[in-house]
Design a protein around this ligand. Structure first.
Ligand code: DGY
Length: 320
């Protein structure tokens, strides 16, 4: 008998075809998010689960799924999953590192450029029919080239952002819980800074840290005050890393110049304060959203699930 797998949200046909070679698949291709009670009901007889960051996997859900062996998240971040609870119940947790680094770094740079050069504000102005012709002081922005970029979180995605920044002749500072070795710093052209020094020196501060109790609100009113008034904040990591109410206050008061945000506290709901501001670029958690990358993420998750269900060690095991 094939093991049973629940796929909680819509995935690609090839993902389902691959899973079907090895498993009996129950797929929510309607893509309406499953309510917690429906999720528990459909998971009750399953050995595997492919889920997304919009699915909360906690101990009560695990208790309702006694046969479960693997939770394969279609994301590199896994703050939607209670990993210790899974470990305690002998459930493997996997993620999708590597395949989304370049796409996520591209989006972070897109936010750097869009905020610096006021792209969305300019576009709205043209669309509204307000453009009366060229003039010298129109939509003055700030330069990206030769500016200083400070990255919190110098993992694979952080390093991919640094690589792109060097193409713009930027100086790249970083802060990590653990400092990288000197050879890696040299290879990537990186300068290590304390948190406060990075905030004070950077023209663009990019957040690329995982969300955890330690990183909750790591950028709040006090940190925003330490940034240059001309600086820009980019959050391509997770909602909750930034105190959104404090950011809105800082953008309103001119404490910092602008922000580019792919992620939000309590998303998909937004703090309505953002909507009134022109100096913020808002996109809906699309960091990894290219066709090729999302296909690769879904297939990586499927391969992780099948590995566990066929008695192998999955390539991307998260449990310690
Ligand atoms: C991730 O992989 O964690 C991303 O946020 C999903 O796009």
């Amino acid at each position: 008998m094939k093991p049973k797998v629940l796929v909680t949200r819509e995935v690609f046909d090839e993902t389902l075809a691959f899973l079907a070679e090895h498993c009996e698949v129950d797929a929510n291709q309607a893509d309406v998010p499953l309510a917690p009670a429906d999720l528990a009901r459909r998971l009750a007889d399953k050995q595997g689960m492919l889920c997304c960051l919009t699915d909360r996997v906690d101990d009560p859900l695990l208790a309702a799924a006694p046969a479960l062996k693997v939770v394969a998240n279609i994301a590199v971040g896994y703050n939607n999953i209670e990993v210790p609870a899974c470990t305690a119940r002998g459930v493997a947790v996997t993620n999708t590192p590597g395949v989304l680094d370049d796409s996520t770094a591209d989006l972070a740079m897109a936010l750097v450029l869009a905020t610096a050069r006021r792209i969305t504000e300019s576009e709205a102005y043209v669309r509204a029919g307000d453009w009366q012709g060229w003039h010298l002081k129109q939509m003055l922005g700030t330069d990206v080239h030769h500016a200083t970029l400070g990255v919190f979180g110098m993992g694979r995605i952080g390093q991919a952002i640094a690589k792109r920044a060097r193409g713009f002749d930027m100086r790249v500072l970083y802060h990590n819980r653990t400092r990288l070795d000197a050879a890696t710093e040299r290879a990537h052209g990186l300068e290590y800074r304390s948190k406060d020094a990075l905030l004070a020196e950077s023209d663009f501060v990019v957040l690329q840290v995982p969300y955890s109790p330690e990183t909750h609100h790591m950028i709040a009113a006090a940190e925003l005050k330490k940034m240059k008034r001309s600086a820009v904040l980019i959050n391509s990591a997770r909602g909750g890393v930034v105190d959104d109410a404090a950011l809105i206050a800082a953008l309103t008061a001119g404490t910092i110049r602008a922000a580019g945000l792919d992620v939000f506290e309590g998303e998909p709901k937004l703090n309505p304060g953002f909507l009134a501001l022109k100096n913020v670029v808002l996109v809906p958690h699309i960091g990894s959203s290219t066709e090729a990358t999302r296909r690769a993420m879904a297939m990586t998750a499927a391969k992780n699930a099948v590995a566990v269900l066929t008695g192998q060690r999955p390539p991307n095991l998260v449990n310690r």
